[in-house]
Design a protein around this ligand. Structure first.
Ligand code: AMP
Ligand code: TRP
Length: 322
């Protein structure tokens, strides 16, 4: 089973990234799994070059700290493998302008940004290139990426129909719970690196005091009933999802264990603190030896290049480029 997924180095991962994506990467990693720090994607929004440079390595270390094992799977930085940008161009010649303007993430991000980069529109094509370059069977991501994955499938099928069988059609995969972790201050919006307020987003390296404060202040409701109901009680449902995901239980089971919001929040904070503490410890240890990290990432990029080179050549040949 070939697995591929990616994450942008645009800030410290938050609970949405961890529970929606990274945790399942760790649980399903194998020798056929490729995970990518998608630095080219981070350029679709304003980002300081020094920040981007640092975050490429920091995010890689965070992913190892979360449990990706360089002896098991392949982790690499997107821009270190030239075939991503190259296949992107070929696929831009297959995708249509209309389908890109229909992407919800584009409409959402472009409505918030003053100077819009053309890459904000074309970014799902680069994502399709990322995935298709590895003959990927399954893409574990959060719910917000579902539409992009559907577009990837459409592009791949169109390519295969026009130019002959070239790409594997990938499947979307999301976790059973917490596939869309919501902002702790506004449970109608997803938790986001760029948009959520400091209290709305819980980062994986927040201190125990910060975690406690953010969970205690998380918006719930006033009826006081411990019940899992996304429709009527989204704030509580979000917290139950987070608990369930860390504890390996169902949200209904979690709801039945508590009667008061206060007790539930205290237990949740404790669970999150205990679950995240070892990650921070491993991260700090990894960051003491940057050259070792750089070695891992170089090896990852070499392995990813050797696989994606072949698929790129297949696509280029099919289109008449060699
Ligand atoms: P990004 O930070 O946008 O690069 O996202 C990296 C991964 O985290 C993707 O698989 C996203 O679907 C996932 N993700 C981002 N935000 C959330 C969220 N609020 N809830 C669940 N998954 C998320
Ligand atoms: N677009 C994804 C996001 O913003 C990140 C991403 C880029 C990705 N390329 C990918 C995810 C390939 C899965 C597969 O979250």
């Amino acid at each position: 089973m070939r697995i591929f997924s990616g994450i942008q180095p645009s800030g410290t991962p938050h609970l949405g990234n961890y529970l929606g994506a990274i945790k399942s990467w760790v649980e399903t990693q194998n020798s056929e799994a490729y995970f990518c720090v998608v630095d080219l994607h981070s350029l679709t929004m304003e980002i300081d070059p020094k920040t981007l440079r640092n975050q490429r390595l920091e995010l890689s270390a965070s992913l190892f700290a979360c449990g990706l094992d360089p002896e098991v799977c392949t982790l690499f930085v997107q821009s270190e493998v030239p075939f991503h940008a190259q296949l992107n161009w070929l696929l831009e010649c297959v995708a249509s302008y209309g389908e890109l303007t229909r992407m919800v993430a584009f409409k959402d991000k472009s409505s918030r940004q003053e100077a819009q980069r053309a890459s904000l529109l074309t970014y799902p094509v680069l994502m399709a290139a990322d995935i298709l370059l590895y003959d990927t069977d399954r893409v574990p991501v959060g719910d917000d990426q579902k539409q992009h994955l559907e577009l990837t499938r459409v592009i791949a099928e169109r390519f295969n129909n026009r130019y002959g069988q070239t790409f594997v059609i990938p499947e979307f995969s999301k976790p059973a719970f917490a596939a869309r972790v919501m902002d702790l201050q506004d449970p109608t919006r997803k938790m986001s690196k760029s948009v959520s307020s400091p209290l709305g987003k819980l980062e994986i390296f927040d201190s125990p005091a910060e975690i406690e404060k953010k969970i205690k202040k998380a918006i719930t409701d006033t009826d006081g009933e411990m019940r899992y109901d996304w429709e009527l009680k989204p704030g509580l449902a979000n917290l139950l999802d987070i608990y369930a995901s860390f504890a390996g239980e169902t949200p209904d089971q979690v709801a039945s264990k508590f009667t008061r919001y206060g007790d539930f929040k205290t237990a949740l904070a404790q669970l999150v603190i205990e679950s995240l503490a070892p990650i921070a410890e491993r991260y700090n240890a990894l960051m003491t030896d940057r050259s070792e990290l750089e070695r891992f990432m170089r090896r990852g990029a070499e392995k990813a290049s050797s696989v994606s080179e072949v698929v790129y050549a297949r696509a280029a040949t099919a289109m008449g480029l060699n």
